[in-house]
Design a protein around this ligand. Sequence first.
Ligand SMILES: Cc1cc2nc3c(=O)[nH]c(=O)nc-3n(C[C@H](O)[C@H](O)[C@H](O)COP(=O)(O)O)c2cc1C
Length: 231
Amino acid sequence: MPDTTTFPVQDHVQATFLETLRFRRAIKSFDPDRQLDPADFDFILQSGRLAPSSNGLEPWNLIVLREPELRAEFVRRTGAAPAQAAQASHLVAFTAKTAKGIDPAGDYLAHIATTVHGLTPDLIPARREGFRNFLANRIEVYGSPEATFGWTARQAYLALENMLVAAAAIKVDTCALEGLDYAQATAVLAEAGLIDPALDAFAVAAVFGYRSADPKRPQVRRPLEEIVTWA
Ligand SMILES: Cc1cc2nc3c(=O)[nH]c(=O)nc-3n(C[C@H](O)[C@H](O)[C@H](O)COP(=O)(O)O)c2cc1C
């Protein structure tokens, strides 16, 4: 199979970054005996934290499932592949805000506006109204729990991607996990008291560790000419 991922690069920085992107593969089986250095995992978490998000709302959280029984329960009930979800060094569940969790009138918006963005309390009513207008008239999700959660979950995916790339930069293997039972994932987290499912729900997961086998197939992508239209 031809290697469709190579292309000319201009300098060392580009070559290094390209090497990082090419190192990152969806790893199917992890070495259960190799754990991440805590400082390396912290670097990966910090990289997720620095992800951009719409309106700067960071409408997601990371739950690192490290308690063995809880992790086993999560793997069993979500149907996650054990070679990935049970064997990798770290398993992270990304949760995203529900429509109620991100409600313009709710606590989370006020928390971000004041504690993170530094707005004074007198500015909060206008911020609430501006955000409601954004949800209702710009991205048109207001009133639809599914569409609103789709929007918050999309923000979580940006953190996911930052973390996958950060891991690859330090030669840590990863795989995003979408093929799970989402209702069960949310239920496991809620039953463990880790989320209030009215406010937060499971969005996606990822594993971090070291591969026990290389991917069977080469990394392939569509050519740029098929992907990009210059207009
Ligand atoms: C959001 C997302 C979810 C994914 N879910 C799974 C999954 O549940 N199981 C799996 O083995 N791979 C999963 N993958 C890996 C993709 O299949 C993989 O990234 C794609 O085939 C390209 O291969 P590469 O990552 O090795 O370049 C997922 C990837 C993304 C981005």
